[in-house]
Write a protein that binds this ligand. Sequence first.
Ligand code: HEC
Ligand code: HEC
Length: 209
Amino acid sequence: MRNMTSKIAIAAATAIGGYVLLIERLPAQAGDELARPTHFESIPDEQKRAIAIFTEMGKVIQHPRCLNCHPQTDRPSQGDGQHPHMPPVQRGPDGLGKAAMACTTCHGEDNFSFGGKRGSVPGHEIWHLAPASMAWQGRSLGEICNQITDPERNGGKSLADLLKHNAEDGLVGWAWHPGDGRTPAPGSQEGFGALTAAWIESGAHCPGD
Ligand code: HEC
Ligand code: HEC
Protein backbone atom coordinates (compact mmCIF):
# COMPACT_ATOMS: atom_id res chain seq x y z
CA MET A 1 0.00 0.00 0.00
CA ARG A 2 2.84 2.36 0.92
CA ASN A 3 4.40 1.52 -2.40
CA MET A 4 1.20 2.30 -4.21
CA THR A 5 0.88 5.70 -2.48
CA SER A 6 4.42 6.69 -3.36
CA LYS A 7 3.84 5.61 -6.97
CA ILE A 8 0.80 7.83 -7.11
CA ALA A 9 2.76 10.65 -5.50
CA ILE A 10 5.54 10.28 -8.07
CA ALA A 11 3.03 10.17 -10.91
CA ALA A 12 1.33 13.31 -9.61
CA ALA A 13 4.64 15.12 -9.14
CA THR A 14 5.73 14.17 -12.66
CA ALA A 15 2.45 15.40 -14.06
CA ILE A 16 2.73 18.72 -12.23
CA GLY A 17 6.40 19.06 -13.24
CA GLY A 18 5.50 18.37 -16.85
CA TYR A 19 2.67 20.86 -16.71
CA VAL A 20 4.91 23.57 -15.26
CA LEU A 21 7.47 22.88 -17.98
CA LEU A 22 4.74 23.03 -20.59
CA ILE A 23 3.45 26.38 -19.35
CA GLU A 24 6.92 27.83 -19.10
CA ARG A 25 7.84 26.73 -22.60
CA LEU A 26 4.73 28.14 -24.23
CA PRO A 27 5.78 30.79 -26.74
CA ALA A 28 4.77 34.37 -25.96
CA GLN A 29 1.42 35.27 -27.47
CA ALA A 30 1.78 37.60 -30.41
CA GLY A 31 1.63 41.25 -29.47
CA ASP A 32 0.25 41.43 -25.97
CA GLU A 33 2.40 39.04 -23.94
CA LEU A 34 6.02 38.81 -22.87
CA ALA A 35 7.92 35.54 -22.46
CA ARG A 36 9.16 34.71 -18.96
CA PRO A 37 12.91 34.49 -18.21
CA THR A 38 12.63 30.68 -17.84
CA HIS A 39 11.72 30.57 -21.53
CA PHE A 40 15.38 31.36 -22.32
CA GLU A 41 17.06 28.99 -19.84
CA SER A 42 17.55 26.34 -22.50
CA ILE A 43 19.98 28.56 -24.46
CA PRO A 44 23.38 27.40 -23.13
CA ASP A 45 25.52 30.15 -24.67
CA GLU A 46 25.42 33.17 -22.34
CA GLN A 47 25.80 35.80 -25.04
CA LYS A 48 23.13 34.25 -27.27
CA ARG A 49 20.81 33.96 -24.25
CA ALA A 50 21.32 37.62 -23.27
CA ILE A 51 20.62 38.76 -26.83
CA ALA A 52 17.48 36.61 -27.07
CA ILE A 53 16.22 38.10 -23.78
CA PHE A 54 16.98 41.67 -24.88
CA THR A 55 15.19 41.02 -28.17
CA GLU A 56 12.11 40.05 -26.13
CA MET A 57 12.55 43.23 -24.03
CA GLY A 58 12.57 45.10 -27.35
CA LYS A 59 8.82 44.44 -27.68
CA VAL A 60 8.43 46.90 -24.79
CA ILE A 61 11.36 49.23 -25.50
CA GLN A 62 10.32 49.81 -29.13
CA HIS A 63 6.62 50.12 -28.28
CA PRO A 64 5.11 53.51 -29.21
CA ARG A 65 4.27 54.15 -25.49
CA CYS A 66 8.01 54.31 -24.77
CA LEU A 67 9.26 55.76 -28.08
CA ASN A 68 6.87 58.75 -27.96
CA CYS A 69 8.77 60.02 -24.90
CA HIS A 70 12.22 59.04 -26.23
CA PRO A 71 12.05 60.93 -29.55
CA GLN A 72 14.91 61.75 -31.88
CA THR A 73 14.05 65.45 -32.07
CA ASP A 74 13.15 67.94 -29.32
CA ARG A 75 9.45 67.26 -29.88
CA PRO A 76 7.56 64.31 -28.37
CA SER A 77 5.36 62.20 -30.63
CA GLN A 78 1.84 60.85 -30.08
CA GLY A 79 -0.26 57.80 -30.78
CA ASP A 80 0.57 54.35 -32.10
CA GLY A 81 1.64 55.98 -35.40
CA GLN A 82 4.13 58.20 -33.51
CA HIS A 83 3.02 61.40 -35.25
CA PRO A 84 4.52 64.71 -34.05
CA HIS A 85 2.98 66.05 -30.81
CA MET A 86 0.19 68.61 -31.27
CA PRO A 87 0.62 71.36 -30.23
CA PRO A 88 4.28 71.57 -31.30
CA VAL A 89 5.81 71.56 -27.80
CA GLN A 90 9.60 71.57 -27.32
CA ARG A 91 11.85 69.72 -24.92
CA GLY A 92 13.09 72.87 -23.12
CA PRO A 93 15.51 72.72 -20.19
CA ASP A 94 15.31 69.39 -18.29
CA GLY A 95 12.70 67.97 -20.70
CA LEU A 96 9.89 69.74 -18.82
CA GLY A 97 8.92 71.90 -21.82
CA LYS A 98 9.48 75.58 -22.56
CA ALA A 99 7.97 78.12 -20.14
CA ALA A 100 4.81 78.91 -22.13
CA MET A 101 4.17 75.23 -22.91
CA ALA A 102 5.40 73.36 -19.86
CA CYS A 103 4.37 69.69 -20.07
CA THR A 104 2.56 69.93 -16.75
CA THR A 105 0.26 72.69 -18.09
CA CYS A 106 -1.66 69.91 -19.84
CA HIS A 107 -0.30 66.66 -18.37
CA GLY A 108 -1.49 66.14 -14.80
CA GLU A 109 -0.51 63.60 -12.20
CA ASP A 110 -2.91 61.01 -13.65
CA ASN A 111 -4.43 60.22 -17.02
CA PHE A 112 -7.40 62.51 -17.71
CA SER A 113 -10.14 60.72 -19.61
CA PHE A 114 -12.55 62.43 -21.99
CA GLY A 115 -14.78 59.39 -21.49
CA GLY A 116 -14.11 56.01 -23.14
CA LYS A 117 -13.62 56.20 -26.90
CA ARG A 118 -12.99 59.94 -26.86
CA GLY A 119 -9.55 59.24 -25.45
CA SER A 120 -7.53 60.92 -22.72
CA VAL A 121 -4.64 63.19 -21.92
CA PRO A 122 -1.85 61.04 -20.53
CA GLY A 123 -0.61 61.93 -17.07
CA HIS A 124 1.81 60.87 -14.36
CA GLU A 125 3.71 62.73 -11.70
CA ILE A 126 6.31 64.94 -13.34
CA TRP A 127 5.52 64.15 -16.93
CA HIS A 128 8.58 65.11 -18.99
CA LEU A 129 10.66 64.14 -21.97
CA ALA A 130 13.71 61.85 -21.89
CA PRO A 131 16.96 63.76 -22.53
CA ALA A 132 18.37 63.91 -26.08
CA SER A 133 21.16 61.44 -25.17
CA MET A 134 18.39 58.87 -24.51
CA ALA A 135 16.70 59.24 -27.92
CA TRP A 136 15.48 55.82 -29.13
CA GLN A 137 13.15 56.61 -32.01
CA GLY A 138 14.52 55.54 -35.40
CA ARG A 139 17.35 53.52 -33.81
CA SER A 140 17.95 49.78 -34.01
CA LEU A 141 17.49 47.64 -30.90
CA GLY A 142 21.28 47.05 -30.82
CA GLU A 143 21.94 50.82 -30.87
CA ILE A 144 19.41 51.39 -28.08
CA CYS A 145 20.99 48.58 -26.04
CA ASN A 146 24.46 50.10 -26.44
CA GLN A 147 23.32 53.52 -25.30
CA ILE A 148 21.26 52.40 -22.31
CA THR A 149 24.30 50.48 -21.01
CA ASP A 150 26.62 53.47 -21.55
CA PRO A 151 26.78 55.61 -18.35
CA GLU A 152 27.87 58.60 -20.48
CA ARG A 153 24.52 58.53 -22.27
CA ASN A 154 22.13 56.87 -19.80
CA GLY A 155 22.37 59.48 -17.03
CA GLY A 156 25.23 57.73 -15.17
CA LYS A 157 23.24 54.55 -14.47
CA SER A 158 24.88 51.27 -13.43
CA LEU A 159 23.22 48.01 -14.55
CA ALA A 160 21.63 47.81 -11.08
CA ASP A 161 20.21 51.35 -11.54
CA LEU A 162 18.90 50.35 -14.95
CA LEU A 163 17.14 47.31 -13.47
CA LYS A 164 15.54 49.47 -10.77
CA HIS A 165 14.44 52.00 -13.41
CA ASN A 166 12.84 49.35 -15.66
CA ALA A 167 11.21 47.50 -12.76
CA GLU A 168 10.02 50.45 -10.64
CA ASP A 169 10.06 53.84 -12.42
CA GLY A 170 6.61 55.40 -12.65
CA LEU A 171 6.97 56.90 -16.15
CA VAL A 172 8.06 53.45 -17.40
CA GLY A 173 5.09 51.90 -15.55
CA TRP A 174 2.66 54.37 -17.15
CA ALA A 175 3.17 52.49 -20.45
CA TRP A 176 1.03 49.62 -19.07
CA HIS A 177 -1.69 52.00 -17.83
CA PRO A 178 -1.71 54.60 -20.59
CA GLY A 179 -5.33 55.73 -20.29
CA ASP A 180 -8.36 55.52 -22.56
CA GLY A 181 -7.65 55.38 -26.28
CA ARG A 182 -4.08 54.07 -26.06
CA THR A 183 -2.62 50.56 -26.50
CA PRO A 184 -0.66 49.43 -23.43
CA ALA A 185 2.87 48.02 -23.77
CA PRO A 186 2.94 44.16 -23.89
CA GLY A 187 3.05 42.08 -20.69
CA SER A 188 3.52 43.89 -17.37
CA GLN A 189 6.17 46.10 -15.78
CA GLU A 190 6.89 43.22 -13.39
CA GLY A 191 7.54 40.87 -16.34
CA PHE A 192 9.71 43.51 -18.03
CA GLY A 193 11.71 43.91 -14.80
CA ALA A 194 12.18 40.12 -14.55
CA LEU A 195 13.48 40.00 -18.14
CA THR A 196 15.86 42.90 -17.40
CA ALA A 197 17.23 41.01 -14.38
CA ALA A 198 17.73 37.83 -16.44
CA TRP A 199 19.45 39.80 -19.23
CA ILE A 200 21.87 41.34 -16.71
CA GLU A 201 22.53 37.92 -15.12
CA SER A 202 23.42 36.61 -18.59
CA GLY A 203 26.05 39.33 -19.05
CA ALA A 204 23.92 42.21 -20.48
CA HIS A 205 25.11 41.55 -24.05
CA CYS A 206 23.52 43.60 -26.85
CA PRO A 207 22.13 42.51 -30.23
CA GLY A 208 24.93 43.00 -32.78
CA ASP A 209 27.71 42.43 -30.18
C1 HEC B 1 -1.10 72.33 -24.67
C2 HEC B 1 -1.25 71.04 -24.00
C3 HEC B 1 -0.04 70.12 -23.98
C4 HEC B 1 1.25 70.41 -23.64
C5 HEC B 1 1.85 71.72 -23.19
C6 HEC B 1 1.98 69.15 -23.74
N1 HEC B 1 1.14 68.15 -24.14
FE1 HEC B 1 1.64 66.20 -24.48
N2 HEC B 1 -0.27 65.77 -25.05
C7 HEC B 1 -1.33 66.66 -24.98
C8 HEC B 1 -2.55 65.96 -25.34
C9 HEC B 1 -3.94 66.56 -25.39
C10 HEC B 1 -2.18 64.63 -25.64
C11 HEC B 1 -3.09 63.49 -26.10
C12 HEC B 1 -3.30 63.55 -27.56
C13 HEC B 1 -4.02 62.34 -28.09
O1 HEC B 1 -3.87 61.25 -27.53
O2 HEC B 1 -4.71 62.48 -29.10
C14 HEC B 1 -0.74 64.55 -25.46
C15 HEC B 1 0.00 63.41 -25.67
C16 HEC B 1 1.35 63.28 -25.37
C17 HEC B 1 2.13 62.10 -25.57
C18 HEC B 1 1.64 60.85 -26.25
C19 HEC B 1 1.51 59.62 -25.43
C20 HEC B 1 1.28 58.44 -26.34
O3 HEC B 1 2.00 57.46 -26.19
O4 HEC B 1 0.40 58.48 -27.19
C21 HEC B 1 3.39 62.36 -25.12
C22 HEC B 1 4.58 61.42 -25.13
C23 HEC B 1 3.40 63.71 -24.64
N3 HEC B 1 2.16 64.26 -24.81
C24 HEC B 1 4.51 64.33 -24.10
C25 HEC B 1 4.55 65.68 -23.77
C26 HEC B 1 5.73 66.33 -23.24
C27 HEC B 1 7.03 65.64 -22.94
C28 HEC B 1 5.42 67.65 -23.08
C29 HEC B 1 6.34 68.77 -22.63
C30 HEC B 1 7.59 68.92 -23.38
C31 HEC B 1 4.03 67.82 -23.49
N4 HEC B 1 3.55 66.60 -23.90
C32 HEC B 1 3.33 69.02 -23.47
C33 HEC B 1 -1.25 67.99 -24.63
C34 HEC B 1 -0.11 68.67 -24.29
C1 HEC C 1 6.48 60.50 -20.04
C2 HEC C 1 7.72 60.25 -20.70
C3 HEC C 1 8.37 58.90 -20.64
C4 HEC C 1 7.82 57.68 -20.96
C5 HEC C 1 6.38 57.40 -21.35
C6 HEC C 1 8.88 56.71 -20.88
N1 HEC C 1 10.05 57.32 -20.50
FE1 HEC C 1 11.85 56.42 -20.23
N2 HEC C 1 12.65 58.20 -19.63
C7 HEC C 1 11.95 59.37 -19.48
C8 HEC C 1 12.81 60.36 -18.81
C9 HEC C 1 12.42 61.76 -18.44
C10 HEC C 1 14.05 59.72 -18.58
C11 HEC C 1 15.27 60.31 -17.90
C12 HEC C 1 15.10 60.15 -16.42
C13 HEC C 1 16.19 59.42 -15.75
O1 HEC C 1 17.25 59.20 -16.32
O2 HEC C 1 15.98 59.03 -14.58
C14 HEC C 1 13.91 58.37 -19.11
C15 HEC C 1 14.92 57.42 -19.07
C16 HEC C 1 14.77 56.10 -19.38
C17 HEC C 1 15.81 55.09 -19.27
C18 HEC C 1 17.24 55.37 -18.85
C19 HEC C 1 18.30 54.97 -19.80
C20 HEC C 1 18.30 55.51 -21.19
O3 HEC C 1 19.39 55.64 -21.75
O4 HEC C 1 17.24 55.75 -21.79
C21 HEC C 1 15.25 53.89 -19.60
C22 HEC C 1 15.92 52.53 -19.62
C23 HEC C 1 13.85 54.15 -19.91
N3 HEC C 1 13.60 55.50 -19.77
C24 HEC C 1 12.96 53.17 -20.25
C25 HEC C 1 11.65 53.42 -20.65
C26 HEC C 1 10.73 52.38 -21.09
C27 HEC C 1 11.08 50.92 -21.23
C28 HEC C 1 9.54 52.99 -21.35
C29 HEC C 1 8.26 52.37 -21.80
C30 HEC C 1 7.82 51.15 -21.11
C31 HEC C 1 9.72 54.41 -21.06
N4 HEC C 1 11.00 54.63 -20.65
C32 HEC C 1 8.73 55.37 -21.17
C33 HEC C 1 10.67 59.62 -19.88
C34 HEC C 1 9.77 58.66 -20.32
